[in-house]
Write a protein that binds this ligand. Structure first.
Ligand SMILES: N[C@H](CCC[C@H](N)C(=O)O)C(=O)O
Length: 261
C-alpha cells in the first residue's frame, strides 16, 4: 500500500502525521506504526498521529496518538500542537480548533505563528522530598537537578521510568534547572520512546505547574527551554488546582512524503 504522510516537529519533538479521515488505517497497526517511527528502517519520529473525523458535532477532528513503540498512548502536547497546524494546512480549520484526544476535549488557536493548545485541568499534584508527580494528559515525574546540560538523562531517566512506583506502566521523567524567575530548562526521558526527546509538551506543562506549586516561581506565565526550543505555559491557580492551562509554541511541517508499506 502507498501511504502519504506528513512529518511535523514541535520544538524538536517530531511526528509522522497521517490524514486518516477515510479510516484507511486501523488503530491496531502497532507493527506498522513502530516501523514508520523507526529512524533507520522507517521515516523516523518520536510518535505518530492519525487525524480522524470528529465524533461529536462541536469537534473539528479527532486526535489519535501512538508512541514510537507503535502503541497507542496518552496525550501528547507537542503532537496536539502539530496536529492543529496540520488541520489548518489541510483547510480543516481556519485558525481555531476544538478536537477530542484520549484525555478529552481540547481547544486551540494559531496566533502570530504559534499554536496555543489548552491542556486538561490539573487537580492533583503529588509532592515528595525528591520529586513531584502529576498527570497533564500524560504521567510526569519532575525532579530538580544541577548541571542539567551534563546530566545523564538517558540512564537515570530509564531507571526512574521503570522503577517503583511506575514499573511497566511507566512515567515520563523530567529533569529541571531554574534559569531565572519564571524561566526554567528541562530535559525529558519519554515513556514509549524509551529515550530522551528534544522536547515533551505535557512534560513542559508538568514542569511549569510544578515550579509554581513549589513556589520556585509565583508567575502564572512560565517559559521553559528544552533542547529543541522554547515553550511557554500559562495557567491560573484555583482552589481546585490549576485551570486555563495553555501550552504555547511553534509547530512546523518538515516534509510530505509517500511510503510503500
Ligand atoms: N510519551 C508520552 C506521550 C507523548 C508525550 C510528549 N511527546 C508530549 O509532547 O506531551 C507518554 O507515553 O506518556
Amino acid at each position: 500500500m502507498n501511504l502519504t504522510f506528513y512529518k511535523y516537529q514541535g520544538t524538536g519533538n517530531d511526528f509522522v502525521i497521517i490524514d486518516n479521515r477515510k479510516s484507511t488505517l486501523s488503530k491496531n497497526n502497532t507493527k506498522l506504526f513502530a516501523r514508520l517511527c523507526d529512524r533507520k528502517f522507517g521515516i523516523g519520529a518520536d510518535g505518530l498521529m492519525l487525524l480522524e473525523l470528529p465524533q461529536n458535532e462541536d469537534d473539528d477532528f479527532t486526535m489519535v496518538y501512538f508512541n514510537a513503540d507503535g502503541n497507542e498512548s496518552t496525550m501528547c502536547g507537542n503532537g496536539g500542537r502539530c496536529l492543529v497546524a496540520f488541520a489548518a494546512f489541510l483547510g480543516v480549520i481556519d485558525n481555531t480548533a476544538v478536537f477530542t484526544a484520549i484525555d478529552g476535549k481540547h481547544k486551540a488557536e494559531i496566533k502570530n505563528g504559534l499554536v496555543h493548545l489548552q491542556m486538561q485541568n490539573v487537580s492533583k499534584i503529588e509532592q515528595y522530598d525528591s520529586h513531584l508527580f502529576l498527570d497533564t494528559g500524560s504521567p510526569h515525574h519532575v525532579t530538580m537537578v544541577n548541571n542539567l546540560v551534563s546530566f545523564d538523562v538517558t540512564n537515570v531517566g530509564r531507571e526512574i521510568r521503570n522503577g517503583a512506583p511506575y514499573f511497566d506502566k511507566g512515567s515520563n521523567v523530567n529533569f529541571v534547572e531554574k534559569e531565572s524567575d519564571g524561566l526554567f530548562s528541562v530535559r525529558t526521558y519519554e515513556r514509549g520512546v524509551e529515550d530522551e526527546t528534544l522536547s515533551c509538551g505535557t512534560g513542559v506543562t508538568a514542569v511549569a505547574l510544578s515550579m509554581h506549586k513549589t513556589k520556585m516561581t509565583d508567575k502564572e506565565e512560565v517559559s521553559v527551554k528544552t533542547p529543541g526550543g522554547s515553550l511557554k505555559v500559562t495557567f491560573k491557580e484555583t482552589e481546585s488546582g490549576y485551570e486555563d492551562i495553555f501550552l504555547i509554541g511553534p509547530a512546523e511541517q518538515v516534509f510530505k512524503g509517500e511510503i510503500t508499506c
